[in-house]
Design a protein around this ligand. Structure first.
Ligand code: UDP
Length: 273
């Protein structure tokens, strides 16, 4: 978005936002599970114009080995934006922002997972932002937790996430790009239903104590709704899946995979870095 696209007002005289939403209204959300054939688990999310894919592999052997955790699996999250996902071409090299968001997403997801069941292994979560229009870290958490469930990773719960922001002194749910760029602040959060423990809470901009508490309440309520959408997306994926789909994966495939792994990983790759 160029400065020329800056709207005069983020909230009009009728109290509606630039895209016509009420302050407490989410963008249209569409989540799909099992969208990638190669991954152990996958999901996509469209939230307004934000579009994200998440792929999960594992639990599997961890390389490089010096990252090994003896008491649990390592949750390795890689959040990346496609070069074409933003108006100004995104440089392909991982940015500081992408590294920070990868870590924040891992921290939000980790309490939901029984990683202690897989000591020394890794669970890889690859998140690709195909189109960014605000709220990508929250949408990534929504999609990644669905992809983890799709991969069969033991979980306490799915992790819903949403951001609450502020413009012209009014709290706004689920910021779009213009609201994120030209608004007064942004509070992304994620929860663990049904207790609604908060696993992500960041704040950008200035909020009074009252605004902060109200924003958290608004976000937690919206997360409950997001959680319902996540469960629905999972149910739909499994309703479509025929038992025969699982039967197609036979032991021979597993043997081939082991052979390939040995061929692909030379001795040097197996050594610690
Ligand atoms: N954005 C962008 N270029 C970038 C990074 C971000 O245009 O290199 C946009 C994108 O739409 C993103 C928004 O800025 O969603 C807000 O970014 P922020 O870092 O606040 O993270 P997000 O709100 O996506 O979690």
């Amino acid at each position: 978005m160029s400065p020329d696209d800056k709207p005069d007002n983020l909230i009009n005289a009728e109290g509606l936002r630039v895209d016509g939403r009420r302050p407490d209204e989410l963008r249209p959300v569409e989540m799909k599970v099992g969208v990638l054939k190669q991954a152990d688990g996958s999901a996509s999310i469209r939230q307004g114009n934000t579009y994200i894919l998440a792929a999960v592999y594992g639990p599997r052997e961890l390389h490089p080995r010096h990252l090994t955790l003896n008491d649990r699996a390592y949750l390795r999250v890689v959040y990346r934006m496609a070069t074409f996902s933003v108006p100004d071409r995104k440089r392909p090299a991982p940015s500081r922002r992408e590294r920070e968001i990868s870590m924040v997403i891992a921290n939000a997801l980790e309490p939901a997972l029984f990683l202690e069941e897989f000591p020394r292994a890794v669970v890889d979560v690859f998140i690709q932002v195909i189109q960014a229009d605000g709220g990508t870290r929250c949408a990534s958490i929504n999609a990644a937790s669905l992809a983890l469930a799709d991969a069969g990773i033991p979980m306490r719960t799915l992790v819903p996430s949403v951001a609450v922001g502020k413009a012209q002194g009014t709290l706004l749910l689920d910021l779009g790009d213009a609201e994120d760029k030209y608004g007064e602040g942004d509070i992304p959060l994620a929860t663990l239903p049904p207790q609604d423990d908060i696993t992500l809470l960041q704040q950008d901009g200035h909020f009074t104590k009252e605004e902060l508490l109200e924003a958290i309440e608004m976000g937690v309520t919206a997360c409950k709704y997001m959680h319902e959408l996540q469960k629905e997306a999972l149910k739909q994926a499994y309703a479509k899946r025929r038992p025969a789909d699982d039967a197609e994966v036979d032991d021979e495939d597993d043997d081939d995979y082991e052979d390939d792994l040995e061929t692909d990983l030379g001795e040097s790759d197996l050594e610690e870095e």
